[in-house]
Design a binder for this molecule. Sequence first.
Ligand code: PBG
Length: 309
Amino acid sequence: MQTKPFRIGTRGSPLALAQAHETRDRLVAAHGLSPEMFEVVILSTKGDRITDRSLAEIGGKGLFTEEIEQQLLSGELDFAVHSSKDMPTRLPDGLFLSAFLPREDIRDAFIGRTAPKLMDLPEGVTVGSSSLRRQALIRRLRPDINVITYRGQVETRLRKLSEGQVDATLLAYAGLKRLGMTDVPTELLDPEEFPPAPAQGAICIESRIGDSRVNDLLAAIDDARTHEAVACERGFLATLDGSCRTPIAGLAISDGTHLRFSGMILTPDGRTHHRVTIEGKATDAMALGQKAGEQIRADAGPGFFSSWI
Ligand SMILES: NCc1[nH]cc(CCC(=O)O)c1CC(=O)O
């Protein structure tokens, strides 16, 4: 019988904490353990400390995970809870994404101050977003709109919006739901027109390869359909994403047997985009995502990527 609590690593933002607590609650319920068997350990990451520049500028993904992964590798943490969307496609040797919680709503939420819907915003207004994908999708649908980079925790972004720094912003509906802020969105965007980021809305758990004590514990709360869908989306991302500078969207849906994936890439100005759709066996999830990535790359041609990078 284990007596020392499992140490769960997380960032300290309200959203990160909500995700760590949801994971702990599910483990407690699945195993009939006492909540004291889990200790939530808060770590500050470079991505939390640097808030004045876009993620692409300061080095992209990895900024939210580096410090946490070091502590996983050194054994100070037993596992870590993350937004799968923030995870680099390549993890440090010795670590893997061992489990995924059932996925939340995958849609982007539009939060408008001067109009409730993206397509109803007055001409030439300013929308704040830090995501290259959201910026490009906005420009595609509303080329007249001025898009500015706009970072910070959910609460900070909403405060800046209410202070009038921007006319509207976009956030993942999943995050707002987990924070109990379901009344904040003024529109939920159609995923056909406004496809989500790969892995949006999915909480993942990262742990050490070969740590069977921890990985057996985590296996009980792994949601297979989410795991397959995110594996496919990350396969797509890994095939395309050399630089973190390409606006990429992708969504897979698995019914446990069969999986269907749709992906999209855009130029940052939103003027050009390409789409791909692929279907196959859920057990081939990652290979399907990679194949979709190769297809869309071939369809776009070399000029697509070299036009702005
Ligand atoms: N780095 C930002 C980030 N990473 C995960 C989420 C939301 C939750 C999710 O997609 O699971 C967010 C905020 C947002 O996009 O609004």
